[in-house]
Design a protein around this ligand. Structure first.
Ligand code: TRP
Length: 479
């Protein structure tokens, strides 16, 4: 049976979608703070080393495997190795877990856009009734119904885009959204760095400080590694899925590098947009990671800006929303592709993308509802493993399944896939692993490097990250 697969319209479109997947909440609320708290420039250096020696190989490996098989992670492993099939399943499951909290946070962005619109017109749904942004956020997260409603809106936007298909939905949206995001980011940066006292934020982020690295190198390494992974959308078959829709004539090495470079640049720019503002109005101690930075500190900044504040607030939360949507669609696509692949393998004639996307979205909504109702642990829900729900889903996906998935993929490429290929005498040129010249006609320049990464560096790095996670969680005190 001829395997005809949907395709990206152009390499640029693919890049916008892939960079869109990579650029997300991880860049905006994770990276700047982690960089500042863990050594500034010294952390950045470490991050870049990890991206080069671990991120690049995993990115290239995922794109290449996906393009080779023309399927998502489950289909890819099923096709290439029965033994590894469960790794594909784990990837799809991770996608559901990430979406369980990602959609809730995306919903928060919509809520804050609405709030700032309210403030523009002095309307009742603005922030007027609250003493400060802390009180406002507290009231919002302790209102489960509101949290669920905004989660539904976020998920509905995501779903509609994925229903539009690879080219008609995801690519077309990303081609407009990503450049727009960049423009909004630049405007936000200009406003942020011209606030009085802004320099402090830049110093916090960039000042080289080797103390954290000297004191607790292992911990810093694990933070940088985990951040790099999540930020690049690696370890669960997301890039494998996007790669499966890419034409055989595109250069995967170049694309891998472009995605990594673009994601890193946006992470740094996000820091320049966020931290100076946080420091300008919050002073020392204002910079915090996660929800409080985004929804308390920064909302306070907009509140203190005067008449123009709500405008910048709206622009900023729209920016974050776009970043989150282009990431969420890639997560929904992984699960949708899984069903489409399966339908095709079963020879189903009338498989409907729309139907599968709807099904996937409903399951994700069910999981996300728990997180939304939990309201960052403020509504007294039971705590699984002693964690609040957002952390529970994050621990299993980002903390366990993704490093494990990446490690096993590297081992698979480095050892099993090679061996099998030689045994069967098949040519795997589409995979970028055979010979010097790939099917796309590009020379495989990084072949030796890629090989060492898959065989040695990536497995060791991932095993290490897993160990630090387990150590931290059970309080073993090894590191
Ligand atoms: N990279 C996105 C961020 O930085 C999140 C994301 C999207 C993701 N798709 C993923 C993370 C796949 C891991 C795997 O926010």
């Amino acid at each position: 049976m001829e395997h005809t697969r949907a395709k990206w319209g152009s390499n640029f479109g693919f890049l916008m979608a892939a960079i869109g997947s990579a650029v997300g909440l991880g860049n905006i609320w994770g990276f700047p703070y982690k960089m500042g708290a863990n050594g500034g420039f010294a952390f950045l250096l470490l991050y870049l080393l990890l991206a080069a020696f671990v991120g690049f190989a995993v990115m290239l490996g995922e794109l290449a495997l996906g393009r080779k098989s023309g399927r998502g992670p489950v289909g890819t492993y099923a096709l290439l190795s029965k033994r590894f099939k469960w790794v594909g399943w784990m990837g799809v499951l991770s996608g559901f877990f990430i979406m369980a909290f990602y959609t809730v946070l995306g919903g928060y962005c919509i809520k804050y856009m609405v709030l700032n619109i309210g403030d523009m017109f002095g309307a009742g749904f603005g922030s007027g009734a609250f003493a400060d942004a802390g009180a406002l956020f507290g009231a919002f997260i302790t209102n489960p119904l509101e949290g669920v409603i905004y989660t539904v809106i976020f998920l509905a936007i995501t779903m509609v885009i994925v229903m539009g298909g690879i080219k008609g939905g995801i690519e077309n949206f990303s081609k407009i959204a990503m450049p727009a995001l960049f423009v909004m980011l630049v405007i936000t940066i200009i406003r942020s760095v011209t606030l009085p006292g802004a320099v402090e934020g830049l110093i916090f982020m960039f000042k080289p400080n080797f103390k954290p690295i000297q004191e607790n190198f292992m911990q810093v390494l694990a933070v940088a590694g985990g951040q790099m992974f999540f930020s690049l959308s690696l370890g669960m078959g997301c890039m494998m899925t996007y790669g499966s829709y890419l034409s055989k004539k595109e250069n995967l090495e170049k694309n891998s590098i472009l995605i990594i470079v673009a994601d890193t640049i946006v992470a740094i720019l996000a820091g320049v947009a966020v931290l100076p503002a946080a420091f300008a109005l919050g002073g020392e101690g204002a910079a915090m990671a996660g929800p409080s930075l985004l929804f308390v500190t920064l909302q306070n900044v907009f509140g203190a800006m005067g008449a123009i504040g709500p405008f910048f607030g709206f622009l900023f939360y729209l920016l974050v929303l776009i970043a989150a949507v282009t990431s969420a669609i890639s997560l929904v696509e992984v699960a949708t592709t899984f069903f489409l692949d399966r339908a095709e393998l079963k020879g189903k004639k009338n498989a409907s993308r729309k139907k599968y996307t709807l099904l996937v979205s409903i399951v994700m909504l069910a999981l996300a509802t728990i997180v939304a109702v939990d309201g960052l642990g403020s509504n007294g829900l039971p705590t699984p493993l002693g964690l609040i729900w957002i952390d529970f889903f994050d621990l299993w996906s980002e903390g366990v399944m993704m490093p494990l998935g990446a490690m096993l993929m590297a081992l698979f490429i480095g050892y099993e896939y090679r061996v099998k290929k030689v045994e069967n005498g098949v040519t795997m040129d589409g995979m970028l692993l055979e010979g010097e010249v790939t099917e796309s006609g590009y020379r495989f320049r990084s072949r030796g490097f890629f090989d060492v990464c898959c065989k040695v560096i990536v497995p060791i790095a991932m095993a290490f990250i897993l160990l630090v996670q387990i150590d931290g969680f059970f309080g073993l005190g090894i590191f």
